[in-house]
Write a protein that binds this ligand. Structure first.
Ligand code: NAP
Length: 329
């Protein structure tokens, strides 16, 4: 049957599912992603790719892979592949929506709380022997309960984040491409413009996809609209923020703190200025990283491959090739 290039080891039984469907698995077992040349070399003979967001698969790589029929991303985001370019070549692109929303919102809220209450800084100081006494003026943070949470991009993860905010007694504002009356009714979220949200929110949490429109959406102007007491949380993609502008805002203390699961670049070099701010919390792109969720994502990615290689439409397409490449016979 087909040959599936799997670009990293994945948890759970996803690879067994591929084998059960009769496909052979070419597994890249390196801890780091395959370098571009290896990615191209392995794709060249593959019928399918089970890929990660770290695998940039461009038009040249697709053109050099004549038997490739589907790129199945183990992620909800798919900014590592141009859906239209893949579709033009007859290649399906699929993702794993939904199954990671709650887990990702858990981490987004953990980051919000960590930044608000100086959890990471407190831990660093305690370990370094800097915990001298209880102090009435030490580590004064920001209350979460009763504060206003501004969500940019009210999709699956944004909505899960909004529910968490409601659970903490927060007022929820959102700015998104489409208004969501059902979410407004269910959890009392209030629709507003992006500028209106930035001016009012105590916490701004980013949940939109990376697209040509959202790249750099939070730039110097947007950061300047935020309150000096406000905290910015990003679990979307690093480049939705103009990172140089963020560093400038932190230096000038025009915002209070930032908590980032995604940066530009990734990994962020240890010497980067963002690491020098005690009021910045950084995690290494781990928002979907629970064993159960990553196992579900891998299984879903495998299921999309099984469908396409059997000549069926994938379960979670993000493009629609007019003339999909011929299925396996
Ligand atoms: P989703 O359900 O598609 O939600 C994205 C939302 O953003 C949608 O409501 C969309 O509007 C809205 N949006 C699109 N363009 C916008 C714009 N220009 N301004 C404001 N809102 C805009 O996706 P999701 O599952 O919530 O995931 C969101 C993103 O999170 C992913 O694309 C991915 O990059 C990131 N993510 C990161 C991690 C991590 O490990 N850190 C994990 C999972 C996901 P419509 O409703 O009109 O479509």
């Amino acid at each position: 049957m087909g040959s599936v290039f799997v670009t990293r080891a994945v948890p759970g039984d996803a690879l067994d599912r591929l084998a059960e469907a009769g496909h052979s698995v070419d597994l890249w077992s390196g801890e780091l992603p395959p370098p571009a040349a290896d990615l191209v070399a392995h794709l060249a003979t593959a019928d399918a790719a089970l890929a990660m967001v770290t695998d940039r698969i461009d038009a040249q790589a697709i053109a050099a892979s004549p038997s490739l029929k589907v790129i199945s991303n183990m992620a909800v985001g798919y900014d590592n592949v141009d859906p239209a370019v893949a579709a033009d070549a007859g290649v399906w692109l699929t993702n794993t929506p939904g199954v990671l929303a709650e887990t990702t919102a858990d981490l987004a809220f953990a980051l919000l709380m960590a930044a608000a209450r100086q959890v990471a800084r407190g831990d660093r100081d305690a370990r370094a022997g800097l915990w001298k006494t209880w102090s009435p003026t030490g580590y004064l943070g920001t209350d979460i309960h009763g504060a206003t949470l501004g969500i940019v991009g009210l999709g699956e993860i944004g909505e899960a984040m909004a529910r968490r905010g409601r659970g903490f007694g927060m007022r929820i504002l959102y700015a998104s491409r489409t208004r969501k009356p059902a979410v407004e009714a269910a959890i009392g979220a209030e629709f507003t413009s992006l500028d209106g949200l930035l001016e009012v929110a105590d916490f701004v949490s980013l949940h939109m996809p990376l697209t040509p429109v959202t790249r750099g959406l939070i730039g110097a102007r947007e950061l300047s609209l935020m309150k000096s007491t406000a905290i910015l949380v990003n679990t979307a993609r690093g480049t939705v923020i103009d990172q140089a502008a963020l560093v400038h805002a932190l230096r000038a203390a025009t915002i209070a703190a930032a908590a980032l699961d995604v940066t530009d670049p990734e990994p962020l070099p240890a010497s980067h200025e963002l690491f020098s701010f005690p009021n910045v919390v950084i995690t290494p792109h781990i928002a979907s990283a629970s064993l159960a969720t990553r196992s579900r994502m891998a299984r879903m990615a495998a299921a999309n491959i099984v469908e396409v290689l059997a000549g069926r439409k994938p379960i979670n397409p993000v493009n629609a090739p007019a003339m999909p490449r011929m299925p396996l016979t």
